[in-house]
Design a binder for this molecule. Structure first.
Ligand code: NAP
Ligand code: GLV
Length: 307
């Protein structure tokens, strides 16, 4: 099997028992050959050409919960299974989402920069005033595993919750008091909008000039899902104009590149795609990806298929 070389330190030899492994570094192209399984990082595109070059492939075991780096249509046509790593990264990613909510609402980066600059002259009653969370509205755009985990952390901060999803979530509503609304109302009423839908043709560019204009003046946008959801230049312009209060982002359209206007925009907290970056979570992700391969190669069904 082919497996991302960057996962080597996260896997125990026992997890790799009986597998004939070719380690594939992130900067190497996907090779042609007889491999039967591949465990790619989310940065590796696995499309029609790659699948054609791997004619014996039986499984793409993506080491991520998102799988927008895999062409599902091409995989299904070739009868190649696709799996992801759901669940194990939910809490870590929800924590990181909250780190961004608090960092943007309370202007953490500006505070750190002020202290580091040596220009801080002491406590001032109007210095770096942020957004009081109590009584405000958190809008979850997508309320699956991660969206709900983010929402469950909101009540102690006094935030009310709106969410949008294709199907209602009665247990989540009971637990948190969240209300399901349509996307237009969510954008218009939320003080903080946090994106948790996967990247797909339907969600690509859902945050654009028009939808940003519908958000409240001073609202905060958080994205720990996928960069494709946001038109980055439009977001930069909304921040420059002061229409948006701040943006906290972990993901970008063309990683690791970030639109230069967004990089230069005010009131941003920009992280390098570290939503699931805790030791336990990354080990668990690697373990599930390899366990999916083990299962399929031993003739059993995949553990976490995406379709
Ligand atoms: P999930 O459980 O599948 O939840 C996805 C949510 O999006 C569900 O509420 C779903 O609605 C909704 N949805 C899907 N397609 C939609 C559409 N076209 N329009 C409106 N709503 C739609 O996924 P998850 O585990 O929470 O993960 C969400 C995403 O987070 C992943 O796809 C991944 O891209 C990203 N992620 C990023 C990091 C990071 O490092 N930053 C880490 C982990 C995950 P229904 O519930 O009604 O189906
Ligand atoms: C990370 O971005 C993931 O989808 O797991």
């Amino acid at each position: 099997m082919l497996i991302a070389a960057e996962l080597k330190n996260l896997l125990e030899p026992s997890q790799l028992a009986d597998l004939d492994i070719t380690w594939l570094a992130a900067d190497q192209p996907t090779p042609k050959g007889d491999w039967v399984a591949i465990v790619p990082l989310l940065s590796r595109w696995v499309g029609g050409t790659q699948l054609k070059n791997l004619p014996n492939l039986r499984i793409v075991a993506n080491c991520a919960v998102g799988y927008n780096n895999v062409d599902l249509v091409a995989a299904e046509m070739r009868k190649v299974l696709v799996t992801n790593t759901p669940g194990v990264l939910t809490e870590a990613t929800a924590d990181l989402t909250w780190a961004l909510i608090l960092a943007t609402a309370r202007r953490l980066i500006e505070g750190v920069e002020l202290v580091r600059s040596g220009q801080w002259t002491g406590w001032h009653p109007e210095q770096l005033l942020g957004l009081e969370l109590r009584g405000r509205i958190l809008g979850l755009f997508g309320a699956g595993r991660i969206g709900q985990a983010v929402g469950r952390r909101a009540p102690p901060f006094g935030l009310r919750i709106l969410y949008t999803a294709r199907t209602p979530k009665p247990d989540f509503e009971r637990e948190t008091g969240a209300a399901r609304v349509d996307p237009t109302r969510l954008l218009a009423e939320s003080d903080i909008v946090s994106l948790h839908v996967p990247a797909s043709p339907e969600t690509k560019g859902i945050i654009n000039g028009e939808t940003l204009a519908r958000m409240k003046r001073g609202a905060i946008l958080i994205n720990t899902s996928r960069g494709d959801l946001i038109r980055e230049e439009a977001l930069a312009m909304a921040l420059e104009r002061g229409h948006l209060g701040a943006a906290g982002l972990d993901v970008y359209t063309d990683e690791p590149a970030i639109h230069p206007r967004l990089l230069a925009a005010p009131r941003t907290v920009l992280l390098p795609h570290i939503g699931s970056a805790t030791e336990e979570t990354r080990r668990n992700m690697a373990a599930i990806a390899v366990a999916n391969v083990q299962s399929v190669l031993s003739g059993k069904p995949p553990l976490t298929p995406v379709y």
